[in-house]
Write a protein that binds this ligand. Sequence first.
Ligand code: PLP
Length: 400
Amino acid sequence: MALPRSAFDQYMVPNYAPAAFVPVRGAGSRIWDQEGREYIDFAGGIAVNALGHCHPALVSALTEQAKQLWHVSNVYTNEPALALAQKLVDATFADKVFFCNSGAEANEAALKLARRAAIERFGEQKHKVLSTLNSFHGRTFFTVTVGGQPKYSDGFGPKPQGIAYFEYNNLDSLKALIDDDTACVIIEPIQGEGGVLPASREFLQGVRELCDKHNAFLIFDEVQTGMGRSGSLFAYQEYGVTPDILSSAKSLGGGFPIGAMLTTAEIAKHLVAGTHGTTYGGNPLACAVAGKVFDIVSDPAVLAGVKAKHQRYLAGLEVLNAETAVFAEVRGLGLLIGAVLRDEYAGRAKDILNLATEEGLMVLMAGPNVVRFAPSLVIDDTDIDEGLQRLGKALRRFVA
Ligand SMILES: *Cc1c(COP(=O)(O)O)cnc(C)c1O
């Protein structure tokens, strides 16, 4: 007998508050729950299911690898990891890749590498980490502290030191902090959890120049924006501003847990054998799936499709907003879209999410004032249209 939602409260740590229904099956951009109710998925497992649910090519990559080799640890390397690393290097600024299992771990590796390289080159004093307010970099104690949202990092005792925060899209705010003791600046090209807030090109260019001036490494956290989400393979390519270190996860595995840190050979050489590691990083199952995700997502036709679908969302949301006037602004790139509530509805994104669920549509929030869409990069246009119709029903009830 399948356990119901109430079993969550009985058996699981209460750090999550999952929805009232339990999904049991997915295909493409549709999900079915225990009652057989169907939902259209505009949430994409929080920007993870880049190819929707149970994409046949991923099912086949996973099952083929499952018959071959599951795990050997990093005492050995393995073919799927080597192949995936080569693909990432060939497609980006990077020369070297480190695999791990999540976004937080990719950022943890990026921050540790940046500090180590800075300290080895310039001395112990060069360890300052600069990050933007209201950013999100994961939940390890280092990354959650770097994230600059005290509500997530307070209450766990003494925090990692040497971290300071500047305002997103405000270069003067960074200028006031950065100096020759700065090891690195870490930034999301689009703040995801912080409200789907895109950086301006001038801001990222300015950050790059300030980092160069002070010999600080520039880390782009592309955990949410990477792997096609922006309409380019990585958002840095969309912006034309190249980081020194980049973190990827979420869409990278299309639903199988994997993270990666990418960097140049010059920087990578500071992580010599024994300085960092993880048991599962580069796991053959994860890398086999991610390799297939990469092949599909990096296809220029798929990336062009992301941009076309962005326009389809924008047009559809504009029609709904002309009728309901719920949103002040729709922002984001590619298939990472945030619809910002008008002031009179401030704090009520959760109400819209709940109404959408009732209408058979899964959406996300990005803070209390933004409804977020992060669907499959290959979502059918018919699913977009029908999902927007369901959203329309939810919005009409919301304003009624
Ligand atoms: C989700 C996210 C993370 C954390 O990834 P996990 O896999 O949950 O550890 C880090 N940075 C950004 C920008 C994210 O969106």
